[in-house]
Design a protein around this ligand. Structure first.
Ligand SMILES: [Ca+2]
Length: 126
């Protein structure tokens, strides 16, 4: 039972990495909480949009993208653009977006955001 209080290897590795990057332990604690909260949000938005079903149908996906991703993505107001996006994510061609397929979208957005930030940081100030 005491095991549940121990940090998983992944979390420990993450803390070590952040500390090596020069982050203090207080900041690290805050970061971990923010990340946990972000994961809860990512899962919660999916479950809410799926309305108790196992996956997102066309309308569920349209709603999720339009309501939750309108600031980070372009074309979310266009039903045909969102439909195209859904088709691109729909690996098993069942017309629905599974949690795994949704994670592909989240991963893509996170990667894009990371690349934008990296580019912004390496661009010399003029
Ligand atoms: Ca699918």
């Amino acid at each position: 039972m005491a095991k549940t209080k121990e940090l998983s290897k992944d979390v420990r590795d993450k803390i070590v990495d952040l500390h090596k990057a020069g982050m203090g332990y207080k900041t690290i604690a805050k970061q971990l909480v923010a990340m946990e909260s972000a994961i809860q949000t990512v899962v919660g938005v999916y479950l809410k949009s799926a309305k108790g079903k196992g996956s997102l149908g066309e309308k569920d996906f349209q709603g999720l993208v339009k309501n939750q991703l309108g600031n980070i993505m372009t074309g979310t107001e266009s039903s045909s653009a969102v439909k195209e996006m859904r088709q691109g994510l729909d690996e098993n061609d069942d017309g629905k977006v599974s949690f795994k397929e949704y994670m592909t979208l989240i991963g893509y957005l996170a990667n894009t955001l990371s690349e934008q930030r990296t580019a912004a940081n390496t661009t010399p100030a003029s």
